[in-house]
Design a protein around this ligand. Structure first.
Ligand code: ARG
Length: 659
């Protein structure tokens, strides 16, 4: 049930005699911002009046006159310059509400034209521990997959693992120089992570050491620019003062960020040089960054030793991420990592050359495109292929294998340029019939508004983040005072189960509640609060519905019978309001698909939970005045429970029967 679509159909018929663009005008139906103006509003009379050269109110009157809508709405009202306000009939709402009972899909019609949609998400670079940055892709991608699938699309999920990159060069080097085969064999996941950290630290040390001179120079010139900007401001005429202040502020920002970069590099150098063991290691492995690249290149060229190590390590790296996926309840149809495409890369480059798209430039093979400063490099001078080459091969494979209408890449905004280029090349490559979308997202920030890091400066591991959320959830939901109110008492196992559902739910919900393109600050307290815009609040609302149904001793089938027997009657505005919310699940899912924005569903669930809470405060179910009123209220409780549960499930979040 998609109310705007239903109303649009009626408007289209009415508009047909007035204009050729009835579809466009009918599409202007929106929910009203203020309930005073009814439930929906159509503002098409104003633009249409311009087209036909008549007074807008007169046009509105004519549209209303022709409108056949009295089975759904009260008489439409014309307001202001020609707004058409629509109020749904309470009878219509009651009938629609009862039709939701017993409907597994909660009134969401499957799409008429199903599409095959490939979703590339999560896609971490394995061999290094998953960190907070991976959460967004995983959670957003999983929610999109669930929602689009539920809408009736054929969804194929693919975890495009980074399982072939430099990070393997890093652990191979680490294993050869710092690894003890027995220790690694006994505890591979932890030991490989340790080796990764050792080598990575030495690489970072080298990089920092090399960059310090130029960073110092950067600080110097940034400070000089600040000084110049200050002098300019002092001498500036009044009319130029504002602009001068602005350029001073931006010079100061640049200087601040130059200082931050220099400090970070200095810190990395100091950590190593002040520790005799590390300092000795750094000296012995002076060429480490080059050596790691060589190990990676040897792997790609099929060197048997490195290939054997890669084969030995990869399953352990996968174990590590699978643990996180299990905990998050995330599954994939395919996990075709970068390594899967390795043998196809030369072919892609040849094809690009044959099509006249790729050419040699400074020894590298490049695709030049209008509108981009730099070309897309598909093969380096030394013969190595790049991330972009793999993505072209992947695209080709997906088109052949899955015949998709859309491919979604749920990847950090910082990779925008890569995807812009990829899509541009795809267009020239004759792949324009598939809709390619970079479903980009912003950064998770710490309390200080900077990308989230631990004290030691490394990115926070995903598992410790999940543990923290579950622990916090337990404190909130299972605090001793709350626990005394439960009968029968909650045993330890139930408490753990609730804490896990609420804690994991909190992280997912908080992430999904922001529009994906914005950055957000990670605040565990707020995320787990029972009374905020949180999953705990929605989960708690669900649990309240279950409690009422239990007290009423009514299952859905009983309620259906009651409704058949007595009919339903709504007498309180909170009932009508809640019923209307329950009819809008499809609307929120369709809007979600338009912009690939799960926050649409989050907002819908919060609105529904709030409407439920208002209803709960005002309308007693067990003491309802008449059987008709009770039938309506039981229907509302039952459907609120089901829709909140389904909505959360579509976000990948579970519910518990009581909390
Ligand atoms: N492994 C990449 C990274 O961690 C993300 C891959 C995204 N998917 C893709 N087809 N490029 O940055």
């Amino acid at each position: 049930m998609h109310l705007p679509r239903l109303l649009q159909e009626r408007f289209r018929e009415s508009l047909a005699s007035l204009t050729d663009r009835a579809d466009d005008y009918a599409a202007m139906i929106r929910p009203t911002a203020d309930p005073k103006h009814g439930d929906y509003q159509c503002n098409c009379a104003m633009p249409l009046s311009k087209e036909v050269g008549r007074n807008p109110r007169e046009v509105a009157a004519e549209i209303v006159d022709k409108l056949r809508i009295d089975d759904i709405c009260e008489t439409p009202q014309i307001a202001g310059p020609g707004f058409i306000n629509l109020t749904l009939k309470t009878d219509f709402i009651s009938t629609s509400l009862s039709s939701l009972l017993g409907d597994d899909r909660c009134g969401v019609d499957p799409v008429k034209s199903e599409k095959s949609i490939v979703i590339d998400f999560s896609s971490p670079n394995v061999a290094k521990p998953m960190h907070v940055g991976h959460i967004r892709s995983t959670v957003i991608g999983d929610a999109l997959a669930r929602c689009l699938r539920f809408l009736g699309h054929r969804v194929v999920t693919d975890n495009h693992l980074g399982d072939w990159g430099t990070q393997f060069g890093i652990i191979i080097y680490g294993y050869k120089h710092f690894g003890d085969p027995e220790v690694v064999a006994a505890n591979p996941v932890q030991e490989l992570a340790k080796l990764y950290r050792i080598v990575n630290q030495l690489i970072e040390y080298r990089k920092s050491k090399r960059s310090i001179a130029s960073l110092e120079q950067g600080v110097q010139s940034a400070e000089q620019a600040v000084q110049e900007a200050e002098e300019f401001l002092e001498g500036a005429e009044d009319s130029k003062k504002k602009a001068a202040k602005k350029s001073l502020a931006s010079a100061q920002r640049r200087s601040q960020s130059a200082i931050t970069s220099l400090n970070a590099a200095t810190e990395k150098v100091n950590v190593v040089e002040s520790d005799p063991v590390l300092a000795e290691r750094a000296k012995l492995h002076a060429e480490i960054d080059q050596a790691v690249l060589e190990e990676t290149a040897k792997l790609h060229q099929g060197d048997s030793e490195n290939l054997a190590l890669w084969e030995k390590f990869l399953p352990h790296c996968k174990d590590e991420i699978n643990r996180v996926y299990d905990r998050l309840g995330v599954e994939f149809d395919h996990t075709l990592g970068e390594s899967f495409y390795h043998s196809q890369l030369q072919g892609v480059v040849e094809k690009l050359k044959q099509a006249g798209l790729a050419e040699e430039s400074d020894g590298a093979i490049c695709v030049f495109m209008d509108g981009f400063d730099a070309p897309m490099i598909v093969q380096k001078q030394d013969g190595a292929f790049l991330y972009a080459t793999t993505d072209l091969a992947t695209l080709q494979y997906r088109l052949n294998e899955f015949n998709p209408g859309e491919i979604l890449y749920v990847v950090d905004t910082r990779q925008s340029e890569h995807f812009e280029k990829l899509f541009a090349v795809a267009d020239q490559f004759g792949l324009e019939h598939v809709k390619l979308v970079h479903v980009n997202f912003g950064t998770v920030l710490g309390e200080d508004g900077k990308p989230m890091k631990t004290r030691s400066g490394t990115l926070i591991g995903l598992e410790s983040l999940l543990d923290g959320a579950v622990e916090r959830a337990k404190q909130v939901v299972c605090d001793p005072d709350r626990l005394t109110t439960f009968d029968p008492p909650m045993d330890e196992a139930e408490q753990e189960m609730i804490a896990e559902a609420v804690g994991i739910g909190a992280i997912k919900f908080a992430d999904l509640s922001h529009h994906r393109t914005s950055d957000y600050r990670f605040n565990l307290e707020k995320m787990v609060a029972l009374d905020g815009n949180t999953s705990a609040y929605v989960q708690y609302s669900y649990a309240r519905t279950q409690k009422i149904l239990e007290n009423a001793k009514k299952a859905e089938l009983d309620i259906i019978q009651l409704v058949e027997q007595h009919g339903i009657e709504m007498t309180h505005p909170a009932e009508r309001n809640l019923a209307l919310m329950l009819m809008k699940l499809e609307e929120s899912l369709v809007t979600l698909h338009k912009d690939y924005a799960p926050n649409q569903l989050v907002d819908y669930l919060l609105d529904t939970a709030r409407a439920y809470s208002k209803f709960n405060e005002n309308c007693h179910v067990l003491r309802a005045e008449t059987p008709q009123i009770q039938a309506a209220r039981l229907s509302l409780v039952c459907l609120s429970g089901r829709i909140l549960q389904l909505g959360l499930q579509l976000l990948g979040i579970g519910v518990v029967p009581r909390m």
